[in-house]
Design a protein around this ligand. Sequence first.
Ligand code: ASP
Length: 342
Amino acid sequence: MNKKAKILLIYTGGTIGMIKDYGTGVLKAFNFDELLHNIPELKILEHEIDTLSFEDPIDSSNMNVACWVKIANTIHDNFKAYDGFVVLHGSDTMSYTASALSFMFENLTKPIIFTGSQLPIGDLRTDAKENLITSIQIAGLQKNGKPVISEVGLYFEYKLYRANRTTKINAEHFQAFASLNYEPLAESGVYLSVNYNALWRPNRRQKTKLHTNFNNEVLVLKMFPGVNAATVDHILSKPGLKGVVLETYGSGNAPSDDWFLDILKKKILEGLIIVNVTQCIGGSVVMGQYETSVGLKEIGVISGKDISTEAAVAKLMYLLGKELSPKVFKTIFETSLRGEMS
Ligand code: ASP
């Protein structure tokens, strides 16, 4: 039997709560009470729901590390009082925020479900209601008095995903997210069907621990044919830069030209962390499979395996905040910490 769960609904902004300015036609964030007013269904849900809103709700393009920490602290401060958390967030950067939160919460024992929508909740054809209502039901799922989901999830258009496996793939379709390297955690149809084998299992004897010291001296460098030495050297020479997510081709391939490998090698020797991630939305980096990735492996580039760029950025910031030695950094980055890589 599912006991009545207590859920905290946190509104950060995003289309779900936006309204059209009829003068300009632009969508902008608006009042949370108005949002709740548009979903009377919340009152008939079996769960007890409390709500909390960012004072100034934002479009998720304006998210940053300070906002991630604010969301994490809000959840942490209320952790004991609730059985689950639902975070309403713009879809544009939802995968980044949700990935960051997955690293911030070590040994998470309760669900944190991110959701949003492609159309505002007041729109007749909105996808917001289903996304929100099912997210609350998922956050409230219990078995033997324990939450069924104990990880950071992202629910959108009938599917619950492991958040740090997701990528936004479409700016218009209701199915806006994909998780090509990991199966959905649950699917919603007539019944809510949970994929128990895919769920993350925390150690319930250990406490959930919060880590908020992220270092954002990072950048993403996407490879493209024709990129030149001066550009790569200039970008990697940014003062203070600590880590780079290198988006390579296919299974982790990049130019095997001497100039390219020489610049990367010099920077790695100076202490820069470089992580190899594929620019494909599915599949894995396998350094050494092709001649064009052998050099990267030899100079000490870290393998991101099948991690997404979003999760790689978050993991890089998280681990850079820990001041690890390069060797330990490599070992830990190449290990799955929250199910973000296979
Ligand atoms: N621009 C919006 C945001 O990410 C899009 C959305 O909510 O879906 O905040």
